[in-house]
Design a binder for this molecule. Structure first.
Ligand SMILES: [Zn+2]
Length: 233
């Protein structure tokens, strides 16, 4: 029963990327994890979003063995698994090739925080990975992509900056659930677009002051958050 709910949430999170204009054709994939069972639900590879059903969502263990589902999982499964193994608090991962975030990834340039919209969701610039080496590309490429991401976060809290730009590729985002990972992917695309516009208007634009950045992130996240309504559970 729990797997059924996870499959439905993962399907819904994948469809959210389509509704928000973040994916073309079959690009992109969202997964979610059941930490108690150690099982990951992920979009199948190459199935059009409009045809997706909950039963087609593939269930894998953390080693990549398919335990339920008849279709092949997204080819990026190994990247997702690497993130679940090394970022123990995350519950969902979203990968897109959304236009502006991907442009920053191709430029291999971190997205500076130019305003409170960015600071509300990301406590710092969105980092870029190192390029993968030729042997990493020739080897277990998708897992190595995950390794490059976690290397980028060796000194960054993945809960504070739930997104990364993979150099020459595209963004990966995560969050406490599949739905929140997809939400972060949507916000990332929005701040990536606005950062681009900001630099077009003024190429000398300065990042937000640290005090204002901290204020906006910390009023929404962490122990002293006070934004929104009090949660009843
Ligand atoms: Zn990709």
């Amino acid at each position: 029963m729990r797997l059924k709910a996870l499959r439905e949430e993962v399907l819904e999170a994948n469809l959210e990327l389509v509704r928000r204009g973040l994916v073309l054709y079959t690009f992109g994939n969202v997964s979610g994890i059941d930490r108690d069972e150690g099982l990951v639900a992920i979009k199948p590879s190459g199935v059009p979003y409009e045809a997706l059903t909950p039963e087609q969502i593939v269930i894998s263990d953390l080693e990549g063995t398919i335990v339920d589902g008849t279709l092949r999982p997204s080819s990026d499964l190994a990247t997702h698994l690497e993130l679940y193994k090394h970022f123990p608090t995350i519950g969902g991962v979203a990968h897109t090739h959304s236009e502006f975030a991907t442009a920053w990834a191709q430029a291999e340039t971190p997205i500076p925080c130019y305003g409170t919209t960015h600071a509300d969701s990301f406590h710092g610039a969105i980092p870029v990975t190192e390029r993968l080496t030729a042997s990493e590309i020739a080897g277990d490429y998708e897992r190595e992509t995950g390794v490059a991401i976690r290397r980028t976060f060796s000194k960054i809290d993945p809960d504070a900056i739930p997104a990364v730009l993979v150099a020459g590729h595209a963004p990966f985002c995560w969050g406490p659930s599949a739905a929140e990972a997809a939400h972060n992917a949507v916000i990332l695309e929005y701040v990536a677009r606005m950062a681009c516009h900001t630099l077009t208007i003024n190429a000398e634009s300065r990042p937000l002051a640290r005090e204002l950045h901290d204020k906006h992130f910390l009023r929404k996240h962490g122990r002293n958050a006070y934004y929104g309504q009090v949660k009843t559970q």
